[in-house]
Write a protein of this length. Sequence first.
Length: 277
Amino acid sequence: MIKKEKVAFVEGLSKDLKKYKSVGILPIEALPDRLVQKVRNQLKPDTKIVVARKSLLIRALSDPKHKELAKYISGNVAIILSNKSPFEISKVVSSNRLRLVAKPSQISPEDIRIEAGETAIAPGQAVTDLKAAGIDVKIDKGKVVISKPKVLVPKGQKISLQVAKALKMLDILPFEAKAKVSAITYENLLYDETVLGMNQEVALANLARNFSEAHALSIAIGIPTPYNIREMISKAFMGSLSVGLEAKIPEGEVAEKLAALASIEASALNALVKKEE
């Protein structure tokens, strides 16, 4: 891009940021293009994924609402613009993953183990290649057979060229590419990877329980809030009514209650007198 194009891109992206409720950061450093495209297709039609140079994205996110989001840009990333909720975006993105072949000099993420048994590999040069990788193979009834199980590459060890070639032949895919969102801003709130990784149902249940406990506590200690003010007024009214009845203060509704009680007591006394007569 020439300078004029860069300025136009930043201005355009800055305008787009204002059109969407959710703006997120999607690291794409180690993601195959087909996985990014899969994520893009699943988030359509109300979501855009913008890929550009890091410096341009940071410049576009320099406004007060999104400047905190720029801190999560590291390496190659894409910007997600969407009207979906942060949890919905994260759920769709993180559901996308691919198993990948091993490449020479990569570090094994786990023990790479091969099992004994027949393979679908045709005899020939493949036998030599498998043996070069340290795999004990033989030909049995025209088929290439692995003689015994073996941990071919222990976890944390470097994968050699010969082993990478053998794993590909055996269709063993020891690596995984997984898409995930680093952070999302939504209605002036920032959701980082920790929050987005929470189970939404559990999070909502915890939130409801915490609100209920805080609500009960605020009423117990007499702190008014927009959520408890009706209950506090009702509680105060019932308390004053009880005191008024106890002290027999003929004011307002207390007078009505006292009159009703007096009427009940008078009726009971009248019935008792008649019974004695």
